[in-house]
Write a protein that binds this ligand. Structure first.
Ligand code: FAD
Length: 472
């Protein structure tokens, strides 16, 4: 789908925005405008074609909640799109302004307001996750789940654009009950209202690309802090590595924060690690409870895996991080190695070994396995919140694809569906086409209440795809 032409905003609106947030915090031209209009959409060759030329008419950086409220009100009066933005590390153009308009960069609203004695974080939307994690660890807690971009990305950006990552093996994803405790949002209206969603009700905002409100405050449940070791294990035999890693992931004995496996030659793409691991073998990357590390290594060695790297995850967190090679960072290393590589986001079934075999039989050199183990809680694909934490571990991942044509990519997606592999399609910026969107009707209804003119990140929700700039 080719998005329609960009709109333009009036000089009067630009002047009003400057008045509101200060001239230094309005960008309406040049390289910075281009950078702040885009994200990591270029992971997908399809989105690269569709989004490369999209630009905001202006990017504004409110410094206070009052300024944010004023910006929303001014844009709504002028009927101009409002596109929230965190750190811009999303992969599907979530914060790219499809029709132009005003991108609202929320990174200056970044206060960590409180970490309570019982482990609940209260913070502003633009707080960077790396800072939140550092502060939480300092007082005996840690984030339940973090994307691999945790040093850079923001709280609200993760909750509205992301899914899960490091920690998901134990605590589930952003949808896990008890993780998101409350979200406060501003509506997109001439007189923005403040609404607070609690508990399961927060689901209306999770992974909705900022189409159902602008988050102004986040309350998150934290987990008790654990001291971790970072381990890399190698084996020349894939089945051996897979069997041990799967058993490790499912065992309730081992405490862990990350369980990732790569089939070769993926480890050879990790340039900085080439001297530390065996690049021609398969690899498992783990974050383990330090108290258990010797036993974990002994268990892996007994199964024929070699531990080639062991380093503590320091406090405060300081690189090197093996997490920089996992989740969607793997894809980044792969694209650096070969720009023709792209990716899928997969959930495999109970019979994942049979599914791998079918996939490899049909696409032996085109698809490479990158697996991430996750605790299956109430995954959005499954419906309402239900089972929880460390139970029902499932195998998902971000397989790599050697891209040739869009038609071939569609064939691979169709083959996955035939084999029974669930794919959250990362090659679309349209929410409903990407998957992972439970309660669509509820979200539509909510959106029409909080954004009656359809100005919030238009084009991302199919059911409200009107271009606000188009003639009536
Ligand atoms: P942005 O990209 O700026 O925004 C994401 C979405 O949230 C946009 O739709 C935006 O409009 C909306 N938004 C931002 N702020 C607000 C607000 N205050 N109110 C309402 N809406 C808002 N994702 C994962 O889930 N797990 C991973 O492990 C992971 N690894 C990644 C690795 C790499 C190398 C890259 C490039 C991406 C990865 N991602 C991953 C995707 C992305 O990094 C995360 O989802 C990240 O948390 C997004 O945060 P951000 O601040 O960059 O958000």
């Amino acid at each position: 789908m080719a998005p329609p032409d960009q709109g333009r905003i009036s000089a009067a609106l630009t002047a009003a925005l400057r008045q509101l947030v200060g001239a230094d915090n309005v960008v309406d031209q040049g390289e910075t405008l281009a950078t702040l209009s885009l994200d990591f959409y270029w992971y997908s060759p399809v989105l690269k074609r569709e989004l490369a030329d999209k630009r905001a008419d202006a990017v504004v950086r409110p410094r206070t909640m009052d300024e944010l409220r004023g910006v929303i009100a001014a844009c709504c009066r002028a009927r101009v799109p409002v596109v929230p933005r965190g750190a811009g590390t999303g992969n599907y153009g979530q914060c790219v302004p499809i029709f132009g308009g005003v991108v609202v960069d929320l990174t200056l609203l970044d206060r960590i307001i409180e970490i309570s004695a019982d482990g609940v974080l209260r913070a502003e939307p633009g707080a960077r996750l790396g800072r939140v994690e550092t502060e939480a660890r300092r007082v005996g807690w840690e984030m339940r789940c973090l994307p691999s971009t945790w040093m850079k990305s923001t709280l609200a950006g993760f909750l509205c654009g992301g899914f899960g990552g490091i920690g998901t093996i134990t605590w589930g994803s952003i949808w896990a009950p008890g993780t998101v405790r409350s979200l406060t949002l501003l509506t997109c209206e001439e007189n923005p209202r403040e609404i607070r969603l609690e508990g399961a009700g927060c689901e209306l905002l999770l992974h909705t690309y900022g189409t159902t409100g602008i988050v102004t405050e986040v309350r998150l449940g934290l987990a008790p802090r654990v001291d971790y070791d970072q381990l890399i294990l190698n084996a020349p035999d894939w089945d051996r590595l897979l069997d041990w890693t799967d058993a490790f992931a499912r065992s309730q004995v081992w405490r862990k924060r990350l369980v990732t496996a790569f089939e070769r030659p993926i480890p050879s793409y990790f340039k900085p690690l080439r001297k530390r691991l065996r690049p021609d073998e398969h690899a498992t990357f783990l974050l383990t409870d330090r108290a258990q590390t010797p036993d974990v290594i002994a268990s892996a060695q007994a199964a024929g895996l070699a531990c080639v790297y062991q380093a503590p995850l320091s406090d405060p967190p300081m690189p090197p991080f093996i997490t920089d090679y996992t989740w969607n960072h793997t894809t980044l290393w792969a694209i650096n190695h070969d720009p023709a590589i792209t990716y899928l986001q997969a959930d495999f079934g109970e019979d994942f070994r049979a599914q791998f075999a079918q996939l490899k039989q049909r696409f032996p050199d085109e698809v490479l396995l990158h697996l991430e183990w996750m605790a299956a809680h109430a995954g959005p694909a499954e419906g309402a919140p239900g089972k929880f934490v460390g139970q029902d571990v499932r195998v998902g991942g971000i397989p790599l694809v050697h891209f040739t044509t869009e038609a071939r990519l569609r064939e691979i997606l169709e083959a996955c569906a035939e084999i029974g592999i669930y794919i959250a399609n990362p090659h679309t910026f349209v929410l409903e086409d990407g998957g992972r969107i439970p309660n669509l009707d509820g979200k539509r209804t909510f959106r029409s209440d909080i954004d009656p003119a359809g100005l919030l990140n238009p084009g991302k929700m199919k059911t409200a795809a009107l271009n606000p700039f188009a003639p009536a």
